[in-house]
Structures are given as C-alpha cells and as structure tokens.
Write a protein that binds this ligand. Structure first.
Ligand code: NAP
Length: 277
C-alpha cells in the first residue's frame, strides 16, 4: 500500500482517499462520478468517504455502483445524521445506508457532527451494529477536544477517527485537538483538504509548487499528508483531478517548503472554536 495511516486496532488504511460531497445530486453526472471514483480506486485511493446526507442518499448510491465487483478492495466510510443518532436511529440509518451502498458492511461509520441525542445512546447503537457485523469501526466528525472528552465519558473509547476541516488555511485543530487525538492513538480525517478548490494558488503554495514542478493544490495535499496521523479525502469528480490528487502522494516537502507554508499560514497560537464547512 502507498502511504498509510494506522487505526487504533492496528489496521492500516490509505493516507489519501476520496470524498463524495455533492456527488449523486444530478442523474446526468452519475456516470462521470462513478468513473472518477473507479479511476481513483485503480490508483490506490481505496478509502471512500460518503454520508447519508450527501445528495440525500444519492452519493451512497454512486459509491455503491463504483465499488460493485471490488468491494473487498475498498475501505468504506459513511456517516449518520445527528438527528438519527439515537440507539435505534443509528441502527435504522445504517441499514438504509447499507442498502444504498449495496454492501453488507461499512468499514467506518461516523457521527456526522455533535447533536442532541446522548452520546451513550449513539455509542450503544454503534456497538450493536459492530456486534451484528454491519460496521467494522465507529468514529466521529466535527468533534472538538471537549466533544471528545464527552465521547470518552460516554463509553466511546473505541472511537477510530475524528473527521474535521483541515488544510493549510484551517490549522486550528493543531492547537489542542490533534494532540488529544494523538494521546489516544486516534487518527484524523482531513476534510476539504484543498478548501473546496478555494485555497490561494499564489503565495507559498504557488512558490513551492513551482519549485517542484507541481500544482499548488498538490502541495496542499502533500502538506496535509505530511502528518503520519492524517488521512486526506479530497473530492474529485473529474478524472484529471483524481490523477493529480493521486500524484500528490509522491511529493515530499522539505523543511524549507514547510517553513514557507508556515509563514503564509501560521500554526494556531491559541484555542479557537472548531471550524466546520
Ligand atoms: P475538497 O476536497 O477540498 O474540494 C473539492 C473541490 O475541489 C471539487 O470542486 C473538485 O472538483 C475540486 N478539485 C479536486 N481535486 C482538484 C485538483 N487536483 N485541482 C483542482 N480542483 C480540484 O472539498 P470537499 O468536497 O468539501 O471535501 C472533501 C470531502 O470531505 C467531501 O467530499 C466529503 O466526503 C468530506 N467532507 C466532510 C465534511 C464533514 O462534515 N464531515 C464536511 C465537508 C466535506 P471536481 O469535483 O470538479 O473534480
């Protein structure tokens, strides 16, 4: 496997996967989306992130089609809406996701963001799904350090990942969330790793890209993946973008590159609220 990240139980997953937000929204784009995901799987981007929210279930159906015939080669991540995260609600939502994904199991099932159902209930639902073999691991998304503390207090110590907004322009979680997750051996999934294609193409990202003969967004992805505990999940529905993203795994940033990026995008010096997209 190319560069990988280790889950708490020791299983290794690719450090670069594929996102699916905004997929499955328009029937006429479905074939291109399936083709892009399949091209990504061919290139080793075998971790695929989706959610019941995306395209109202449409993205899970795109993923189901993309992994048809090669399910065992893929690590599937999906997410439950917070309003579905009661004990029974989690189980029912997962069953619906499994149908749309046309599979018998989800590899990692996340609570999409903190909600109002007691976390102990959500964890109990996740554990019931694990016992039934319907999910292999569970985790959370958009959980800040205090949310993680509440999760641990609710019995969620087996959490296998926290998926948060992270890219050069969104370094807040480096302050206390990443150290906390590190102490528990919980990896980070970095969403919107190129800020939905809105990262500046000039400045340090542009200069480092020019030096290496690559694209500034490839620099951003390599920067996100510089940490051994971070999985980047860029979304690309164009095959050219999938190929460019896959090639970012071959880019090694040196100390000068990292210093230049730090100068443009300084690491956080104080605690701020966790940002969400
Ligand atoms: P992103 O991956 O930062 O950016 C996606 C956008 O960038 C798309 O418009 C894509 O275009 C474009 N793109 C991709 N690769 C490119 C390249 N090499 N060069 C130029 N443009 C490129 O943003 P995201 O979709 O928000 O985040 C990634 C994934 O994280 C999501 O799809 C979703 O799975 C997950 N996510 C999770 C949460 C959460 O709350 N847990 C929130 C947001 C996102 P094309 O599609 O046209 O190729």
């Amino acid at each position: 496997m190319a560069k990988s990240v280790t889950l708490p139980g020791g299983e290794r997953v690719p450090a670069l996967g594929q996102g699916t937000w905004f997929m499955g929204e328009q029937a006429r784009r479905k074939a291109d989306e399936v083709a892009a995901l399949r091209a990504g799987i061919d290139l080793g981007l075998t971790l695929i992130d989706t959610a019941e929210m995306y395209g109202d279930g449409g993205a899970e159906m795109v993923v189901g089609e993309a992994v048809k015939g090669r399910r065992d080669a893929v690590f599937l991540v999906s997410k439950v809406y917070p309003h579905n995260a009661s004990r029974a609600g989690v189980v029912a939502a997962c069953e619906r996701s499994l149908k749309r994904l046309a599979t018998d199991r989800i590899d990692l099932y996340l609570l999409h963001w903190p909600g109002s159902h007691p976390l102990a209930e959500t964890v109990a639902g996740f554990e019931a799904l694990q016992a039934a073999g319907k999910i292999r691991h569970y985790g959370v998304s958009n959980f800040d350090a205090d949310d993680m503390a509440a999760l641990f207090a609710a019995g969620g110590g087996a959490c296998a990942a926290d998926q948060v907004l992270y890219n050069p322009a969104r370094r807040g979680p480096e302050f206390d969330l990443f150290p906390l997750l590190g102490r528990h051996g919980i990896p980070i999934m970095a969403y919107s790793p190129i800020e939905q294609a809105r990262l500046p193409r000039g400045g340090a990202l542009g200069a480092v890209a020019k030096k290496h003969g690559v694209d500034p967004f490839q620099v951003a992805l390599a920067w996100v993946m510089r940490r051994p505990d971070v999985i980047a999940i860029p979304k690309a529905s164009r095959i050219a973008h999938v190929e460019a993203n896959a090639a970012a795994r071959d880019l090694a940033l040196d100390a000068d590159d990292l210093a230049a990026i730090d100068a443009d995008f300084p690491p956080p010096r104080r605690k701020g609220a966790l940002e969400m997209l």
